[in-house]
Design a protein around this ligand. Sequence first.
Ligand code: B12
Length: 344
Amino acid sequence: MNPELIEKVTKLIVEKLQSQNGLEGNTKVNRASHDSAVTFWDHTTSSKQESTFRPAPNVPGVKTEEGQGLIEFQRYAEPKPLEKIESASKKEEQRMEAIYPSSGVENPFNPEELKELISKTPARIGVGRAGLRPKTDTWLKFRFDHAAAVDAVYGNVNEELLKRLDLFKVSTMVNDKEVYIRRPDLGRKLSDEAKKTIREKCRKAPTVQIIVSDGLSSSAVEENCEDVYLSLLQSLTSLGLDTGTPFYIEKGRVAVMDDVGELLQPKVVVLLIGERPGLVSAESLSAYLCFKPRKGTIEADRMVISNIHKGGIPPVEAGAYLGTVIQKILKYEASGVSLVQKEN
Ligand code: B12
């Protein structure tokens, strides 16, 4: 997605989320937008397909009123001719078919119910079998997904992407992927060289420090990081929150943010990191957040927005949503369980 489009979509989402949460801060919200037809991924319940907002691939009909910086919500996309709508719905059908394939069971006892069950989960259910074995299709798909998972864990993030996002690279105490997998403790600590580089290059004590790490899926970073990152930056800018110097940590684990907290003393750390790949998606990214992470921070004080990928939370929406979560963390000066306790 192009940066201008991300900017428009992000602004729109942040304003809508803020007005829903009553967290308006110093951002202008267009009051007329409350009846907008735009719906969002519902983070409070399990997300339903129909309530998930997915940015359209073509440029949306979002208008910024010159000089006021306000956004019209009424029309999200230009009206399309009928044949375009039909081909779009066919594409959507094909996409859903790829995520929720139809049953492989021959002569099912209750085809409707089976279809309903399959539609509820991307897990491999109702795939049928050939004698005692899985069908060739099922087996090949399994091998393909397994290979994608292995590639995601062992792969390295494309240097071009890091350059494009202007992220310099540092390492943890691990250099080798095999060691990384067997020694999570070493992935939670920055190398001495990394500490030195971070001290030299980064602005100290920002409100928000963004870091990116491959974690357990380099594919997750390659597929989603750019959109999440740009929309997160945009969302923080519209909320008037300053960010430090972002960087990339190779072979990192979630708790590496504690070392970053010690070094740079930000109020909030956001870590965009690849999730352990499953056989449904090898490209799922998570954003872990913590208020003032330090050596000895307990796990309960971290929080996570997980499943950021094309079949889960759309990356641009996740970035915008993260901004509003950070705003809440700053308001209550707490994250994770402590935030929930303070909020209640
Ligand atoms: C592996 C895993 C675990 C492992 C972590 C073991 C380990 N040391 O690696 C175990 C089984 C311990 C675990 C426990 C929990 N998990 Co878990 N976990 C995952 C899983 C499958 C992968 C996470 C991953 O790849 N992380 C990235 C790698 C690089 O991180 P890491 O540094 O190696 O490991 C850290 C993180 O995994 C983190 N972590 C793991 N789960 C959770 C959950 C929360 C809320 C937080 C803040 C952190 C966290 O703790 C590890 C140690 O620092 C995800 C699924 C997913 N789609 O992401 C669910 C997931 C993140 N877990 C989840 C939950 C709910 C939990 C628990 C709260 C369950 C419970 N009721 O006790 C606990 C909380 C643990 C904690 N750290 O606070 C949910 C979070 C939902 C949400 N959006 O809030 C997820 C998304 C699963 C799901 N779909 O429901 N988890």
